[in-house]
Design a protein around this ligand. Structure first.
Ligand code: DX5
Ligand code: ZN
Length: 224
């Protein structure tokens, strides 16, 4: 089943619990949390204390996307805060194999993220260590950017690899997904589709989320 995963980056942080409740009631089961450090990406967002508060406000799976340098240093704090799954950027990890193993050893699902300029082949030696691969379809740092189409080719290439290798990792996409390109993203082979501005930037986030889920469901039935 394809999941629409709302990203709180474009939510109203002064009313975060309420924003989260609205998408949860509309059927979301996973919530995407963007952690930025002003170093790996040119923006700063939230840290473990906020994740801990969100943990208390929802039962959704917390999908923590670390856009930070030296993620190894902070992984324990996000585990402690209640993350269910953590993804780290290939570009930020000097010892990616070790980092992915350490996330899994703590009982969480481990994901690896690729920036738009990083080829899929960079992951060939870690695919067996991941529960999901997150393909960035924008350069990380901000919500509301325009979709970079090479992400679709990368999703197809990863989908082909998982079939060929008999692996079960999920494919997640993040950035610039909207009502217009959603069906194509689903048909490329994505399982989890992050949507920030399209959901929380709309006048009715709950209604928008429900509509996106419906579009994704329809597109799944005609997947090629
Ligand atoms: C961007 C973040 C995304 C962001 C996507 O660096 O990783 O998760 O929230 O937002 P939209 O859907 O607005 O592009
Ligand atoms: Zn993200």
């Amino acid at each position: 089943m394809v999941l629409i995963v709302p990203s709180i980056l474009s939510a109203d942080f002064a009313r975060l619990a309420e924003e989260i409740r609205r998408v949860e009631q509309a059927g979301a089961t996973m919530l995407h949390l963007d952690v930025m450090d002003g170093h790996f990406v040119p923006n700063i967002t939230i840290g473990p204390p906020v994740v801990e508060c969100i943990r208390r406000a929802t039962r959704m799976t917390l999908d923590v996307h670390l856009m930070i340098s030296d993620p190894d240093r902070y992984i324990p704090a996000f585990v402690e805060a209640g993350a269910d799954q953590i993804s780290v950027h290939q570009e930020a990890c000097l010892h990616l194999d070790r980092t992915l193993r350490s996330i899994r050893s703590r009982g969480l699902a481990a994901g690896v993220v690729l920036n738009p300029a990083t080829p899929v082949a960079m992951l060939d030696d870690v695919l067996e260590l991941v529960d999901f691969v997150l393909v960035m379809s924008v350069n990380p740092g901000f919500g509301g950017q325009q979709f970079i189409p090479n992400a679709l080719r990368k999703i197809r290439a990863l989908d082909e690899r998982r079939r060929r290798l008999g692996l079960a990792f999920k494919l997640e996409i993040d950035g610039g997904v909207n009502e217009e390109n959603l069906a194509e993203v689903v048909r490329a082979g994505c399982d989890w589709i992050v949507m920030g501005a399209s959901v929380f930037g709309s006048p009715d986030p709950a209604g928008t989320l429900a509509r996106m889920q419906e579009i994704a469901r329809e597109a799944t039935s005609v997947r090629i």
